[in-house]
Design a protein around this ligand. Structure first.
Ligand code: SF4
Length: 295
């Protein structure tokens, strides 16, 4: 029987082994990079690094994507479930604090199988699912008991922005339901004795230039809904990619110090205690990892 893919909210309903859907990759796992990664929040990266596995392809396709080559599935290597499990074990052996699965939405069944297999072979570190937030609740349910912590984005409050920049008008509603499911599964944020995340949810909000109002609306919703049971990571690292200003002139610059400070002040005024704030120096292209098939 044909397996028609409806894993994510794009609901393509196609056989990925014969044709490609929005995510632009077949059902065979393809990864662009697997290596220790040092640029996540301190409770994820620490000094040893996070064991990041970057999956090729993406169902969202934001116009400002920093990793376009991989999100369009152009770079990467196809691997088996067994190889994926061995990659996790190898990262654990290298001293990774956790396994950080980056944009795995379109490979959830393979993630489930590979984590089970790796755990049988001795994988014991925290599994983090790092996502755009554009996820179906039914698919996330497959990850219950597999993933310990979630690291979703909440990119837009305004559906017209979601349509304009990610071609997904339903993003705000989808992300709200997805984050609710993540919090249900992973509970309040817990750290181990060394200060590294063990379980829970950290929601990332990337401030876009000129869009402080949208960021504030996301932050207000998250705090009113979850209080300090989740952490909110306020990100200022938006980096305009070449050519973006041709079609989207408003996105052709970095976020100003003043814009970022406005968002931080808003979060503090709300009373948020559990937040990560970014050093603006990270808004440099050099902090975007090279995707060189380092697997
Ligand atoms: S995972 Fe890919 S093929 Fe499946 S519904 Fe989403 S975008 Fe479409």
């Amino acid at each position: 029987m044909q397996n028609l893919c409806r894993l994510c909210p794009r609901d393509c309903g196609i056989d990925r082994d014969n044709t490609l859907g929005v995510c632009q990759v077949s059902s065979k796992v393809k990864i662009a990079r697997a290596a220790l990664h040092f640029w996540e929040e301190p409770c994820i990266s620490g000094n040893n690094g996070s064991g990041a596995v970057f999956f090729s392809g993406c169902p969202l396709h934001c116009v400002f994507c920093q990793n376009e080559e991989i999100s369009h599935g152009k770079v990467g290597k196809e691997i088996t479930i067994e190889q994926l499990a061995d990659i996790y074990l190898n990262l654990q052996n290298q001293g990774a604090n956790n396994i950080n699965l980056v944009t795995g939405t379109h490979y959830i069944p393979a993630i489930v199988d590979s984590v089970k297999l790796a755990r049988d072979k001795g994988l014991s570190i925290t599994i983090i699912y790092n996502t755009s937030g554009y996820e179906k609740v039914e698919s996330l349910r497959m990850l219950e008991g597999i993933v310990n912590a979630y690291l979703p984005d909440f990119k837009y409050w305004d559906k017209s922005l979601a349509k304009k920049y990610s071609f997904a008008e339903d993003y705000p509603e989808v992300a709200k339901a997805a984050i609710a499911e993540m919090v249900r599964q992973a509970g309040p944020l817990q750290f181990n004795e060394d200060g590294f995340i063990q379980s829970g949810v950290i929601v990332r909000q990337l401030l876009l230039p000129g869009h402080t109002k949208d960021s504030k609306a996301v932050i207000e919703y998250l705090y009113k809904t979850y209080c300090d049971n989740i952490y909110i990571s306020l990100m200022s690292q938006y980096t305009p990619m070449p050519q973006i200003a041709e079609k989207y002139p408003e996105l052709g610059r970095r976020v100003t110090k003043r814009e970022y400070q406005q968002v931080i002040d808003f979060a503090l005024e709300l009373g948020i205690e559990n937040a990560f704030i970014q050093d603006r120096k990270v808004a440099k292209e050099s902090f975007i990892p090279e995707f060189s098939n380092e697997i």
